[in-house]
Design a protein around this ligand. Structure first.
Ligand code: 6LW
Length: 496
């Protein structure tokens, strides 16, 4: 049994976790993607199934005009008094919001705006029934640190003053706070150092819920900064205990490429680190790159490679893992016997509501092949985009009888005809080997590489975004509606 991190692969950052009995639930931030707040379920902490997204309705999630990597920031999920709560930030509206449900496998409520500033809100239910909210300083005018107040979950109103309870250990960006109660201690944990290569997790404790908190001498207790590990940017953690009293931290980390010029393009992914508590009552990490065998992990298997085919002629809706950029216009996505008809759309370089639906690239060795029935309309693009943001994407598309590649890398843009089509059914394939993307025309079982680009140009370090690459289908009808169809998409990947 070889449990390998990441446990949830692809751009699934800022993990937060809670447990109900033997069931674990985990949620991630989702930024300008729709639907938002992907939700996962597991019984052994290493095999996770996405059971939905918590923000699935326009009335829950308004992302219109949102810029890449803004929108839904770090959530916290907690199980309090037999209900599940998720508290999160929507930077688009500048609000901290609360949703809830009795059944995490079902729908979630509409968001309740909270009287709370800053980002990275968290919740803590004390043994006396009081509920507290934590979070970062407001961006302007507040001293950096972690703030707390008692809160009424029914109204979103504060029941005590907003108080600075810790400035952390003094590293930049104290954020991602969570409060826990264990063995008559209140433990305050937070991320520091910023979500890049200086990222770390620190922990403090007090006998009182509002402090003062003493710092663990072993801080940061979880980090890979200044190490040669291929898992970098480790931080933004949340703790959970198992029914048998074992403790674990889920955290974000990046799988990096490059040698001296470290970079990542698969996003910040969800990882797990077993925790052991010292006799003095402080947490020690027992593994991240290599996880010890745990009875809980029994039965864990990860397929070395996988192939998934999405046949749109048999589908009526997108499964949970598919995502749009901003709120989709539903009428632009029609499922029918001929497959998926995409309509409307705008340039993927614009901030708007593009006709785009994609998947998070979650392995370095990865291919995405789209079978397209093109009406050879000279005024419409239809194809596949390797999308990091509106300013960093590569579009591989058909327009008329030509095949084109557009490379948009910040202020650098190229548009090149790279081939022609001689039949209405065309297969466009994007393949990645970790170092580069190749753009391939598949015709009569023959593969012709028409273009390529190094992955570094679509990395976070170049694009300056929080996310990883999404590979997806898009159309852009520039004058009239055209009737192009996507028959199917095939995704192949090798797990590393
Ligand atoms: C998240 C915060 C952060 O809310 O990035 O850099 C934000 N730190 O913890 C988005 O992931």
């Amino acid at each position: 049994m070889n449990v390998q991190n990441p446990i949830i692969r692809g751009t699934y950052p800022d993990p937060s976790i809670c447990r109900r009995g033997r069931d674990y639930f985990l949620v991630n931030s989702s930024f300008d993607y729709f639907p938002g707040l992907p939700l996962f379920h597991s019984k052994n902490l290493v095999e996770w199934q996405q059971i939905g997204n918590c923000l699935t309705r326009d009335e829950q999630l308004d992302l219109k005009d949102v810029k890449s990597s803004l929108g839904i920031f770090a959530p916290t999920i907690r199980y309090i008094n037999e209900r599940f709560y998720i508290i999160f930030t929507n930077t688009n509206s500048g609000q901290n919001l609360l949703i809830q449900t009795a059944d995490p496998f079902g729908d979630w409520s509409n968001p309740l705006p909270l009287e709370w500033g800053g980002i990275d809100p968290s919740l803590f239910a004390d043994t006396d029934g009081k509920i507290y909210v934590q979070g970062t300083a407001e961006r302007w005018g507040e001293e950096k640190g972690i703030y707390q107040a008692e809160i009424d979950l029914a109204t979103g109103k504060l029941l005590s003053p907003r108080t600075l309870i810790s400035k952390g250990t003094g590293h930049k960006s104290p954020e991602g706070p969570h409060l826990y109660r264990k063995d008559d201690w209140y433990y305050l944990m937070m991320a520091e150092g910023g979500t890049e290569f200086g990222h770390m997790e620190t922990i403090f404790r007090s006998r009182c819920v509002n402090g003062p908190f003493e710092s663990f001498e072993g801080n940061p207790f979880l980090t890979n900064r200044s190490t040669g590990s291929k898992l970098q940017c480790v931080g933004h953690a949340d703790l959970v205990d198992s029914p048998t009293g074992d403790w674990f931290a889920v955290c974000l980390a990046t799988r990096i490429k490059g040698s001296h010029n470290y970079y990542h393009f698969l996003g910040r992914e969800t990882n797990i680190a077993p925790i052991e508590w010292t006799e003095e009552g402080w947490p020690i990490v027992r593994g991240l790159e290599l996880l010890p065998d745990f009875p809980l992990f029994e039965g864990y298997t990860r397929a070395p490679e996988s192939q998934t085919t999405y046949d749109f002629s048999t589908m009526t809706t997108f499964s949970d893992e598919w995502l749009h950029i901003s709120n989709p216009l539903a009428s632009n996505y029609q499922f029918c016997e001929a497959g998926l008809q995409l309509r409307g759309g705008c340039s993927l370089s614009e901030i708007g509501q593009p006709t785009f639906v994609g998947l998070r690239q979650d392995e370095f060795t990865y291919s995405f092949t789209a079978e397209i029935e093109s009406m050879k309309d000279t005024t419409a693009e239809i194809g596949v985009s390797v999308y990091m943001s509106h300013a960093y994407h590569v579009d591989f598309f058909i327009q008329g009888e030509a095949i084109w590649v557009r490379k948009k890398i910040g202020s650098l843009e190229s548009l090149e005809q790279v081939g022609t089509i001689n039949q209405s059914l065309t297969c466009l394939k994007v393949s990645c080997d970790g170092q580069r993307y190749q753009f391939v025309h598949v015709s009569d079982e023959k593969e012709s590489v028409l273009a390529e680009i190094e992955t570094i140009f679509l990395s976070t370090e170049i694009s300056g975004t929080f996310n990883g690459v999404i590979i997806g289908l898009y159309t852009w009808n520039k004058t009239v509606e055209s009737t192009n169809y996507i028959n199917k998409v095939q995704v192949k990947k090798i797990c590393e």
